[in-house]
Design a protein around this ligand. Structure first.
Ligand code: PRT
Ligand code: ZN
Length: 288
């Protein structure tokens, strides 16, 4: 009998490609990348078949069931009308879809877009947003280089993806409203068959472990015994930190897991409390 495989669509080449492939590899899935014009790969050690596609096509392939699941920006999912299930946010490809106006535009409120020409590659999301806010603007759909539209007289304002803001800045534009926040998400076909569902569950378990690991660091340090309790109090760990006596008397080795966001703050406090030889390691997978 042929082995059932889960089919996943990822972006072939673009901003999400590298992170999507790295995520699957960290989930222990081995395959050849979609470079050199390859459109499809079969994993060696997991029942997964990978399709490399343009990001805009991914929601439709998943909605139609040509692919069971996919990794794509939420912005693309929303624009496509969302006939798919969003399963999990993936913590990469973060950006926002924003409205921006030329620097000399005396912008005060959303109503200022009334009667204006707004260029965007996201006409569906934008018209919904304007409708919800009672704005009657003239949306011009263009497929790329949206940021140059005001400069060449094609539009009065734009609605485009922003991450650092430098593209807007270089084009003399000012971000004035956020339409939506976005990041890469795992989407799935609405009616997966049972076998595909089972494989998805297995993959999702691994994805969650990789996501959690990315948010945490493993920390090892030496603590003087008289400060041990204070130092332990700073390090929650998964249950509680591991403490082992060092061969040299009066010192202990402490191992724990800390959140990436509090990381520098905690390290500074540990140092001030007398911790020495602090090592911080990244974690590949983490399962509570
Ligand atoms: O060829 P294909 O159709 O597959 O790719 P694409 O060119 O349509 O998409 P790509 O690779 O540019 O982006 C894929 C996804 O990455 C998007 O759908 C978003 O979900 C996500 N993403 C995250 C971004 C950005 N950040 C981003 N900054 N997509 C595009 N940009 C562009 C933006 O359009 C603007 O031109 O980057 C510029 C702004 O960047 P800053 O840093 O100057 O603000
Ligand atoms: Zn695209």
């Amino acid at each position: 009998m042929r082995e059932i495989k889960l089919k996943i669509a990822v972006q072939k080449s673009g901003r999400l490609s590298e992170d999507s492939i790295e995520l699957l590899k960290k989930c222990g899935v081995k395959f050849n990348n979609g470079l050199q014009g390859k459109l499809r790969a079969t994993a060696e050690n997991f029942p997964l078949e990978i399709f490399f596609l343009r990001d805009d096509d991914i929601p439709e392939y998943v909605a139609d069931g040509v692919s069971d699941i996919g990794i794509v920006g939420e912005n693309v999912v929303f624009e496509s009308g969302g006939a798919v299930e969003t399963i999990e946010k993936l913590d990469f490809g973060k950006c926002r879809l924003s409205l921006a106006v030329p620097k000399n535009f005396p912008y005060q409120a959303l109503a200022d877009f009334g009667g204006k020409r707004v260029a965007t590659s996201y006409p569906n999301i934008l018209s919904k947003f304007f409708r919800a806010n009672g704005v009657n603007a003239d949306i011009h759909t263009i497929s790329g280089s949206v940021e140059i539209a005001p400069g060449i007289g094609l539009a009065d304002a734009i609605c485009d993806l922003v991450s650092s803001g430098s593209t807007l800045f270089t084009n003399g534009l000012r971000e004035v409203e956020t339409v939506m926040q976005s990041e890469a998400v795992l989407i799935a076909h609405k009616k997966l068959d049972l076998e595909a569902e089972k494989i998805l569950e297995k993959l999702l378990f691994r994805i969650k472990a990789v996501k959690q690991a990315k948010r945490n660091k493993y920390i090892l340090l030496n603590a003087p015994d008289e400060k041990l309790q204070e130092i332990i109090a700073l390090l929650p760990g998964i249950k509680s930190p591991t403490v082992m006596p060092l061969a040299a008397g009066g010192w202990s080795s402490v191992h724990s897991v800390i959140n990436e966001n509090d990381f520098w703050e905690i390290v500074e406090t540990l140092k001030n409390k007398g911790a020495q030889g602090i090592l911080v390691l990244s974690i590949d997978q983490m399962i509570d």
